[in-house]
Design a protein around this ligand. Sequence first.
Ligand code: HEC
Length: 122
Amino acid sequence: MKYRQGVMRGVGGAMGNLSAMMKGDVKFGNNHLRANAESLAWLSSLSREAFQENTGTTGPTKSKANIWSSWSDFAGKAQAFEIEASKLAELARAPNPNMAAIGEQMKAVGGTCGACHKDFRE
Ligand code: HEC
């Protein structure tokens, strides 16, 4: 249970850092843009497995039980997240990243977070 939450916290950390960069709240080089986007993509690729084993809803958790009773729906939402996060990492990897395109792709990634949380998180 703590592991799946740790994966999500990593996801939240990378996404938060990317948002701060996009808003101009922090000004670091493209290495920071790339590292956070790559981290997000890597963690997105672990999210399905991190939840796959039913480690339950008793305890300090916001996971809903329908994750495991509607597994294919959950897995599909995890896959959508993985696809959008990998597109983001690809944009960030460019020698001269297109910030407007990255901003648009962040919205696409954010949409996949919301779609899953809406159905599967308290
Ligand atoms: C496939 C479903 C799914 C996707 C996609 C997803 N999440 Fe989550 N997330 C969850 C679930 C379920 C929980 C509750 C985990 C628990 O408490 O057991 C969670 C919890 C979290 C938490 C709280 C972690 C903690 O315990 O402190 C954060 C932060 C978070 N998600 C951020 C994000 C962000 C940002 C994205 C997109 C970039 C995202 N998530 C995408 C399902 C998802």
